[in-house]
Design a protein around this ligand. Structure first.
Ligand SMILES: C[S@@+](CC[C@H](N)C(=O)[O-])C[C@H]1O[C@@H](n2cnc3c(N)ncnc32)[C@H](O)[C@@H]1O
Length: 250
C-alpha cells in the first residue's frame, strides 16, 4: 500500500445548521407523512391502528370548549369494542355523548361543572354497570377549566393530580362490567420548564389499581392545536400528539 505523505484536504467548514427559511416554511404547513402498512386482520375497524391521524372533529361536541378533542377517535374505539353502554365521567362539551347518540349507544355523562366529582364514589350512585368508559381528563394544569378545587386542573401538585386520577380510575372500575374497557386520552406537556409525561405516569397508576393495557397505546395526532399557530423564542421539540390508553381489569 502506498501511503501519502501529504495531508488530506481539509474539508470546508460546515455552516452550523440554523432554522432556514426553508425549514420554517416546511414546519409551518401540514405535511404528508407516509404511514406504515398495517397487517390485515379481522378488526371491524381496520383503519384503527396505533396511529390516529384524522383531521377535523366531526359533528360532535363543541370546538369552543377549551382542551376539547374531536369525536373520530371515540367513534373508532366504540365501533371496535362495540359496547352496549358507555360512561364519560368528564364530559366537557359532550363529544362522547354526541358520538354515542349517533351510534345509538346509551351514554351516562357527568362533569364537575355539573357538580359531579368523578373522584367521589357518590357521583356514580345512579350509574349502571358499563361496558366502556371514555375519559378525557385535564392534562393536569395545562388548561384551567374552572375554579372548583375538585377539578383535576386545579390539583396543587403532580402527585395530587395523579392521586385524584387514581380515585377516578378506581371509581370507573367499580362500575365496569367484567370484560369492560376504560379508555383515557391524555398527553404530556411542559409545565414551568419541566416535562410532565402524564401518559406514562398514568399507566403506572392504572397498574397499581389492578388495570392493564388492553391493546397498544394509540398516538393521536393533534391537528389544529392552538399552540401550533404560535411562534416561540425558546428552543424545544414540539409535541404534536396525545395518547389514548385503553385498560381492562388484570
Ligand atoms: C379535556 S376536558 C373534556 C372535554 C370533553 N372531551 C369534551 O367533549 O368537551 C376535561 C373535563 O374534565 C372535567 N373535570 C375535571 N375534573 C373533574 C372531576 N374531578 N370530576 C368530573 N369532571 C372533571 C372538566 O370540567 C372538563 O370539562
Amino acid at each position: 500500500m502506498i501511503l501519502s505523505t501529504t495531508n488530506p484536504p481539509i474539508p470546508a467548514p460546515q455552516a452550523v445548521p440554523t432554522p432556514s427559511n426553508f425549514a420554517r416554511e416546511a414546519t409551518s404547513k401540514p405535511r404528508f407523512v407516509e404511514l406504515p402498512i398495517a397487517p390485515r386482520n379481522a378488526s371491524p375497524v381496520p383503519e384503527l391502528t396505533s396511529i390516529h391521524s384524522v383531521k377535523g372533529r366531526g359533528p360532535y361536541g363543541d370546538n369552543r370548549y377549551r382542551g376539547n378533542c374531536g369525536g373520530h377517535i371515540i367513534r373508532d374505539l366504540l365501533r371496535y369494542f362495540q359496547p352496549k353502554n358507555v360512561l364519560d365521567p368528564m364530559m366537557g362539551s359532550g363529544t362522547c355523548r354526541d358520538v354515542c347518540r349517533e351510534l345509538r349507544i346509551p351514554c351516562h355523562s357527568m362533569d364537575v361543572r355539573k357538580g359531579q366529582d368523578a373522584a367521589d364514589r357518590a357521583s356514580y350512585a345512579d350509574c349502571e354497570p358499563v361496558e366502556f368508559v371514555w375519559m378525557h381528563p385535564p392534562y393536569w394544569r395545562m388548561v384551567r377549566y374552572n375554579a372548583d378545587s375538585r377539578c383535576l386542573s386545579n390539583a396543587p401538585s403532580l402527585d395530587a393530580f395523579l392521586d385524584q386520577m387514581e380515585l377516578v380510575l378506581r371509581n370507573c372500575q367499580s362500575v365496569l362490567k367484567p370484560r369492560g374497557k376504560i379508555a383515557v386520552l391524555i398527553g404530556g406537556y411542559s409545565d414551568r420548564g419541566r416535562y410532565q409525561p402524564l401518559p406514562h405516569l398514568l399507566v403506572a397508576r392504572a397498574i397499581q389499581v389492578g388495570l392493564w393495557p388492553a391493546c397498544t397505546e394509540i398516538i393521536r395526532f393533534q391537528h389544529g392545536n392552538t399552540s401550533s399557530r404560535k411562534t416561540y423564542r425558546s428552543s424545544f421539540i414540539p409535541g404534536l400528539h396525545d395518547v389514548c390508553l385503553v385498560f381492562e381489569r388484570v
